[in-house]
Design a binder for this molecule. Structure first.
Ligand SMILES: [Zn+2]
Length: 104
């Protein structure tokens, strides 16, 4: 596989490929940090601290008493009302959509 890639064009291509891969990794890091900030912002706005968990109204079903918990350590949420589970990004997306009309 990689053995004939020892010289000339192929070597250059290999290095270029490596550089692109490194650049992509860098982008991925920044992207995930931006996503993380966005997730925590949304969760912070919509949930309250409850011990080591966050507690708030579930964005995925109608409820008046908060039954949705989010664990910042594992980045997982669980709703005791509708049983939905998932990661923080999914939860933040839920809070982010236009769901206010359903609640009021
Ligand atoms: Zn729910």
């Amino acid at each position: 596989m990689g053995k004939q890639w020892g010289h000339g064009f192929f070597k250059g291509k290999e290095e270029a490929t490596k550089l692109w891969a490194e650049r992509d990794i860098q982008f991925a890091k920044e992207y995930s940090k931006a996503i993380r900030d966005w997730i925590f912002e949304n969760i912070d706005e919509n949930m309250k601290h409850s011990g080591r968990l966050m507690l708030g109204l579930c964005p995925f079903h109608k409820e008046k008493t908060p039954s949705c918990t989010y664990d910042p350590l594992t980045d997982k949420y669980h709703c005791f009302g509708c049983g939905k589970t998932g990661d923080g990004e999914e939860l933040a997306r839920g809070y982010c959509c236009d769901i206010e009309d359903d609640f009021f």
